[in-house]
Ligand binder design. Structure first.
Ligand code: RB5
Length: 146
């Protein structure tokens, strides 16, 4: 899978580890940066990753900041992005099955690397359930154009 990844300074350390983890698993990673832990602003990187997904350069996006909250707020501003801030594997499963989330945002400060790896594995392997959820996601997508 082609996966776009980004962070801010608070998520940088885990972003580096997660890029390596994804590449070892055979994914093609677009690393949108940053390339150091110098202080940066999370909306800049959420926009880069969100646009990679919305414009079809990547199939999924992964963003890491201190909490994941700012990244989710920013990424959802990009039309076509359904970003979810996830802190456990069960919610990772549900954000795929029910919401067809195409970007996941993670906490580099409050969730361990091992937990985030498990969250990512679930996010990348769980299919959208469709059915009754499809109309709801269609309504969600329609909000991009209001
Ligand atoms: C940076 O200090 C922090 O605010 C940011 O990483 C993120 O947690 C915002 O939601």
């Amino acid at each position: 899978m082609i996966i776009s990844v980004g962070s801010d300074h608070a998520g940088f350390e885990q972003k580096q580890q997660l890029v390596a983890y994804l590449e070892e698993a055979g994914h093609q990673v677009i690393d949108e940066g940053p390339q150091s832990d110098d202080r940066v602003d999370y909306p800049d990187f959420a926009a880069l990753v969100g646009k990679d997904v919305a414009e079809g350069r990547a199939e999924r996006g992964v963003l890491v900041c201190g909490t994941g909250i700012g990244m989710a707020l920013a990424a959802c501003k990009i039309p076509g992005v359904r970003a979810a801030n996830i802190i456990n594997a069960q919610f990772a499963e549900l954000c795929r099955e029910h919401n067809d989330a195409n970007v996941i945002t993670l906490s580099g400060r409050f969730v361990s690397l091992d937990e985030n790896k498990a969250i990512l594995d679930t996010f990348l392997t769980t299919e959208f359930a469709g059915g009754r959820h499809a109309d709801r996601v269609a309504k969600l997508n329609a909000l991009d154009h209001e």
